[in-house]
Design a protein around this ligand. Structure first.
Ligand code: AHG
Ligand code: MN
Ligand code: MN
Length: 340
């Protein structure tokens, strides 16, 4: 791309900001801090095999120093950067049991939720991983910030996105005006607009699910997986099965190509595995902005009222017609059961 046509993340945010009448630059500051943290984590991910940051947190290396697992490092890096933005009063993270109250920021108006390193089981085998974030506005200023302020429905997100540390490093985000993707140009260390206005196809031919758990899925989902494998020229079936085991990587591919990602309830885990605040809500905001759907099997993800920080919820997300199809099969299964 000729450098005259290059739009950096910084420039893009400044341009977008001028579209908001009341914008005061707070979000831009938060984004700058996320961008900086992602560059640091990206650097660490790229040398993960070279230094002692693989393996379990709590272990000690040959020098007797404490080894830090990469997801703990990522949590620390994002926590420090977001705190320094000066705009955020609370941070919640998959890696922390409780709310983190930013020191000296109790009057600030933003809350950040994050999964600092998603797909961590893939670090040791060199597959794509990432960081997921969402930003909420605090609504109550009469009392001190508290966990209740964090438990907002996903539809109240002000912004959401992810960094993917893949064959290249990308940021994909939304502020509710469509979805845009930026690729990190290593040589100048800038995220540059590479995927403007991402939309996801209404139909896809990829299904992504941990099929090892198939026998434990609700019957409607089992039926849908069987449907994906049936031969039918008119609907492009059988579909292709693709599952990396990093939500970000599976989601990113399906977003661009069209497809469905599912993490259903199982007998062992009736609420599935994925977390509403750190994984479902940001992905749901993104997919809806790109023209797709995100559902829990009983409600639109963005309408679920969270009851606890680390709440898990089943997920069906991706191309509109594919998500509607599996939901239809789940409903007809329930109706059949009810009539027995
Ligand atoms: P995390 O690494 O943040 O704990 O998340 C892992 C999640 C998600 O990224 C992925 O889609 C899912 O776990 C895979 O789970 P299974 O191994 O059960 O398929
Ligand atoms: Mn995760
Ligand atoms: Mn994680």
């Amino acid at each position: 791309m000729p450098y005259s046509k290059l739009i950096t993340l910084e420039q893009f945010i400044v341009d977008q900001q001028s579209l908001y009448k009341d914008a005061q630059g707070s979000l831009s500051k938060i984004f700058r801090s996320l961008e900086l943290a992602a560059k640091v984590v990206n650097r660490d991910v790229r040398k993960a095999g070279l230094v002692d940051i693989l393996g379990n947190h709590g272990a000690t290396n040959v020098q007797g120093e404490e080894q830090k697992k990469l997801d703990v490092i990522a949590n620390d890096v994002f926590l420090a950067a977001i705190s320094r933005s000066g705009e955020v009063c609370m941070i919640i993270s998959e890696e922390m049991d409780e709310v983190y109250y930013v020191e000296g920021a109790e009057n600030e108006k933003y809350i950040v939720a994050m999964d600092p390193l998603d797909g961590s089981s893939n670090i040791d085998v060199n597959a794509s991983i990432g960081t997921i974030f969402s930003i909420y506005r605090r609504t109550n200023f009469t009392e001190k910030p508290s966990v209740t302020d964090c438990l907002q429905k996903g539809k109240h997100q002000v912004a959401a996105g992810y960094f993917i540390y893949g064959s290249s490093t990308m940021l994909v985000y939304t502020t509710g005006m469509g979805v845009n993707g930026f690729t990190l140009d290593d040589s100048i260390q800038e995220f540059c607009l590479s995927h403007p206005n991402i939309t996801t196809p209404d139909d896809g031919k990829i299904y992504s699910v941990n099929e090892g758990n198939l026998n434990e899925f609700p019957e409607g989902v089992q039926e849908y997986v069987a449907y994906c494998k049936e031969k039918d020229k008119a609907t492009n079936r059988p579909y292709s099965a693709r599952y990396i085991g990093s939500l970000i990587a599976d989601f990113h591919r399906n977003l661009l190509k069209g497809g469905i990602y599912m993490y259903p309830s199982t007998e062992k885990a009736p609420n599935g595995k994925l977390r509403l605040m750190y994984e479902l809500n940001p992905m749901a905001f993104l997919v809806e902005q790109a023209g797709g759907l995100a559902h829990t099997g009983s409600a639109r993800v963005l309408d679920v009222k969270p009851t606890e920080l680390h709440q898990r919820v089943p997920l069906y997300i991706g191309s509109k017609n594919m998500v509607e199809k599996v939901l239809g099969m789940m409903v007809s299964e329930e109706l059949q059961e009810a009539s027995l």
